[in-house]
Design a protein around this ligand. Structure first.
Ligand code: 2X7
Ligand code: FE2
Length: 304
C-alpha cells in the first residue's frame, strides 16, 4: 500500500487504567456504583478529554499492561467485541459491559511492520476473546463515547524474560512499527500508553473502597522518582527519560516494565516539546499521571 501523506500520530497520552477511576465515575456500563473518589485524577482525565475533543482523530491505538502475551506482541484482529470485563483483583469495583470496534486494517499493518522490523507479532482472531480491563479503562476514561475504532496491543514478557534494556529496545522498535503502519494506512491516530507509574501498592482495602482518607503515596522514594519522571516529560527530555527508564522501573517497581510508555515514546520519536501533565495522584498507593503530548503540527492545526 502506498504511504498516505495524511497518516500521522495526532496526539499521545499516558492514560493509566486503575479500575477504581471507572468505578468512581459511575458510567452506565459498570455494574458497581461509588459515592465519589480519586477526583484529582478524574478531573485530570476531564482536562485531557477537553484537549483531545479539539482534534480530528480516526482511531485510538492503546498498549495495555494487562493483556499479557508470552510469545511476542499481539494485536486485536476481530472487527467487534462485546462482552463483560471483570477485574480479577477488584471484581467488586469493575464489572464493565463493553461494546467496541477494531480497526483491523491498521492492526494488520502494525503486525506486518513489526514483523518486517524483526519482531514476533500475531493478529488475535478469536471472536470470543475477552478484552483486558487495562485497554477498556484507558479508552473509557479518554473517550467515553466509544465512537472511534481502537487497535489494542498486548504486553509481551520481554522485560521479564530478558531485562529492562532489552525490553525497552523492543518497545521502541514496536513503537516505530506502529508509527510506520499509521503513516502507511493514512490514519490520524491517538496513542494511549495505559500504564501506571510507580507501582508499590497497599494490600488491604478499606471497608469503603472510595474512602479517600486511606489514599496516599506508598513510599517517598517512589514519589521522588515519579516527580523526576514527570519533570523530564514537562521539559521535553524524553531521551533522558528513556536512558533512565531501566533504573526507574527497578527503583520504583514501575508498571513501565510492561512497556506501554516506552512504546509511546518510540512511536512519537521521543518528543522534545513539553508534555502537559493533567494530573498526578495515587490509587491504592500507586503513582498515576495523566499526561498529553500534542505534536507541533497538531497544535498548529488547532490554532488555524
Ligand atoms: O492495574 C492496576 C494498576 N495499575 C494500579 C492501581 C490499581 C489497580 O490496578
Ligand atoms: Fe495495572
Amino acid at each position: 500500500m502506498a504511504e498516505s501523506p495524511t497518516g500521522r500520530i495526532v496526539a499521545g497520552a499516558l492514560s493509566p487504567h486503575p479500575p477504581h477511576l471507572v468505578y468512581a465515575e459511575n458510567p452506565p456500563q459498570n455494574e458497581p456504583s461509588a459515592e465519589c473518589g480519586w477526583e484529582g485524577l478524574r478531573w485530570g482525565y476531564e482536562r485531557l478529554r477537553r484537549t483531545l475533543d479539539q482534534l480530528d482523530i480516526d482511531v485510538i491505538v492503546v498498549h495495555s499492561p494487562h493483556w499479557k502475551t508470552s510469545q511476542g506482541h499481539h494485536v486485536l484482529g476481530v472487527p467487534e467485541f462485546k462482552s463483560l470485563s471483570v477485574d480479577p483483583i477488584f471484581p467488586h469495583l469493575f464489572r464493565f459491559h463493553y461494546d467496541l470496534s477494531v480497526d483491523v486494517e491498521l492492526a494488520e499493518a502494525i503486525a506486518e511492520e513489526g514483523q518486517a522490523g524483526g519482531l514476533a507479532m500475531h493478529v488475535m482472531r478469536n471472536p470470543d476473546f475477552r478484552v483486558d480491563y487495562g485497554t477498556i479503562t484507558s479508552c473509557q476514561l479518554t473517550r467515553p463515547a466509544w465512537d472511534l475504532p481502537i487497535v489494542a496491543i498486548s504486553s509481551s514478557r520481554v522485560y521479564f524474560d530478558f531485562n529492562n534494556d532489552v525490553g525497552d529496545r523492543q518497545m521502541v522498535a514496536l513503537g516505530r512499527a506502529t508509527r510506520r503502519a499509521i503513516e502507511r494506512t493514512g490514519r490520524r491516530a491517538l496513542l494511549l500508553a495505559s500504564n501506571s507509574l510507580s507501582h508499590r501498592h497497599f494490600t488491604q482495602e478499606p471497608e469503603i473502597p472510595e474512602d479517600m482518607s486511606h489514599e496516599r503515596i506508598y513510599h517517598h522514594g517512589q514519589y521522588l522518582w515519579d516527580m523526576h519522571v514527570l519533570d523530564l516529560m514537562r521539559r521535553g527530555r524524553t531521551r533522558q527519560l528513556m536512558a533512565e527508564m531501566p533504573d526507574y522501573i527497578e527503583h520504583a517497581t514501575s508498571e513501565c516494565k510492561d512497556g506501554s510508555l516506552s512504546w509511546l515514546l518510540g512511536a512519537m520519536e521521543f518528543p522534545d516539546y513539553p508534555a502537559e501533565v493533567h494530573a498526578y495522584g495515587t490509587v491504592i498507593g500507586t503513582g498515576n499521571a495523566i499526561v498529553g503530548w500534542i505534536p507541533p503540527e497538531t497544535a498548529a492545526e488547532v490554532a488555524r
